[in-house]
Design a protein around this ligand. Structure first.
Ligand code: ZN
Length: 43
């Protein structure tokens, strides 16, 4: 049974291997570049 590990970034809708890794590590379903921009500019 699969969860939402489809590797699609919620920010830019691009597929990237880092999306599932960031989801596990940080709880954010973002690719690496979007995660970095969110880290630099937190909401
Ligand atoms: Zn992204």
């Amino acid at each position: 049974m699969k969860e939402k590990l489809d590797n699609i970034c919620e920010e830019c809708k691009k597929e990237d291997e880092s999306v599932s890794q960031n989801l596990i590590m940080y709880g954010y379903k973002f690719c690496e570049s979007c995660r970095l921009s969110k880290t630099i500019f937190p909401v």
